[in-house]
Design a protein. Structure first.
Length: 228
């Protein structure tokens, strides 16, 4: 391949692939802004209906790409990834006519949904852990699919036919809320908490000494192998 050919290849990649990723990033960001709006609306509706002030219901924006939703004893963190990803070659969607017609449909922006304990944030317990309960994939056609736990794992899987809209976004939000609220903090195994050091007891604030999190008993397939 000559220098001219190589330069032409680079030019083509920049014009096609780099531009495609920028378009998907912008589209995903627009959809994420809509999620922010609907989250605020849903929490507002709940705040209006639930009169008990002890029930946490509020939204905190953390920059352009993250929003924290306090709902009862939980925090749901909606976080948009700033990179665009391609599905791996072995993914079954590549065998569909939808993807065969246009391989650019296999590139996605991703919005992650994490579940933390509210106390972890309110008391700055930095060692506490949260769990990825879902992730929303959005391609250049604004078609989407959701990978996740519970109903998030099977209600929103038809990429070829599904396009994001207000009804779908609010449904995803409701399902995520229900999934988080239905899982309570479980007692850790006795052996894990059976010992404590003197310094832990002497510390006036020991919140960073012990890690707390919901033990949901799952992990995504992606945690076993690198999907991307």
């Amino acid at each position: 391949m000559t220098e001219i050919d190589t330069r032409k290849l680079i030019q083509d990649l920049l014009e096609k692939k780099a531009a495609l990723k920028q378009d998907i990033f912008q589209d995903t960001k627009q959809q994420f802004e809509k999620f922010k709006q609907y989250l605020l609306e849903e929490i507002g509706e709940m705040r209006h209906s639930i009169k008990d002030d002890r029930v946490r219901l509020h939204v905190e924006y953390k920059g352009e790409f993250q929003v924290q939703v306090y709902i009862g004893s939980d925090v749901l963190v909606f976080q948009m990834h700033t990179n665009v990803f391609r599905l791996p070659d072995e993914h079954p969607l590549w065998k569909t006519e939808y993807m065969k017609e246009d391989k650019e449909r296999g590139y996605f922006g991703i919005i992650n949904i994490y579940n933390f304990l509210a106390e972890s944030y309110l008391k700055s317990r930095l060692n506490d852990v949260g769990y990825l309960i879902g992730r929303i994939f959005i391609n250049k056609d604004e078609h989407y699919m959701v990978e996740g736990k519970g109903q998030l794992g099977f209600l929103f899987r038809d990429l070829t036919q599904s396009k994001l809209n207000e009804t779908i976004m609010k449904h995803i939000i409701h399902v995520a809320f229900v999934y988080a609220l239905e899982f309570d903090l479980l007692t850790p195994p006795y052996d894990i908490v059976s010992k404590a050091s003197v310094i832990q007891m002497m510390e006036q604030n020991t919140r960073e000494q012990m890690s707390t999190g919901k033990r949901l008993g799952f992990k995504f397939e992606a945690e076993d192998k690198d999907i991307f």
